[in-house]
Write a protein that binds this ligand. Structure first.
Ligand SMILES: [Zn+2]
Length: 161
């Protein structure tokens, strides 16, 4: 059961929203791919406002087929030009063994998932592989690409080249 406060909060949003006429094309022409981690407030980290960037999130900030789909739409139909991948040091995927996790969820319903979990051990290596995957996807524009690793505890950010 979903906490009813959340439903009520959503229903009363219309009284709290500052109505605006923002375009659906992000004004900073920016798309950010990142992890779903609840400690990462992307708008605070990058000092962004509503309407300025697309934020694409999943477990790990992994470059999946669906992330590439979203980037392609963002770049080609909604005019974004800069692409930032932000992953973080204490990611939940670092404790995940892909095969064990697939076995675990297959045992629940008997159906093997058609995706892989993308667990990893080394944050820097994972970032490098993710950046290579983006660069090697022909329909993704990667001329303005940055890979950033954040320490979610201290806020320290390192650019991975
Ligand atoms: Zn994470």
């Amino acid at each position: 059961m979903i906490n009813s406060d959340l439903i009520e909060n959503a229903k009363s949003y219309k009284s709290r929203i500052k109505k605006n006429s923002l375009a659906k094309e992000p004004s900073r022409k920016l798309v950010i791919v990142t992890c779903m981690d609840s400690r990462l407030d992307i708008f605070k980290i990058f000092d962004l406002q509503d309407g300025q960037a697309h934020i694409i999130r999943n477990a790990g900030g992994v470059i999946t087929e669906d992330v590439l789909r979203s980037i392609a739409i963002s770049q080609r139909k909604l005019n974004t030009e800069e692409l930032i991948l932000m992953q973080h040091l204490d990611c939940g995927l670092k404790i995940l063994d892909d095969l064990e996790f697939i076995d675990e969820i297959t045992s629940v319903g008997g159906i093997k998932p058609n995706w892989i979990p993308h667990g990893f051990k080394d944050s820097h290596e994972n970032m490098r592989q993710s950046l290579e995957l983006i660069k090697n996807t022909p329909y993704v524009i990667s001329s303005n690409l940055a890979g950033l690793l954040i320490n979610e505890t201290t806020g320290e950010v390192e650019q991975v080249l």
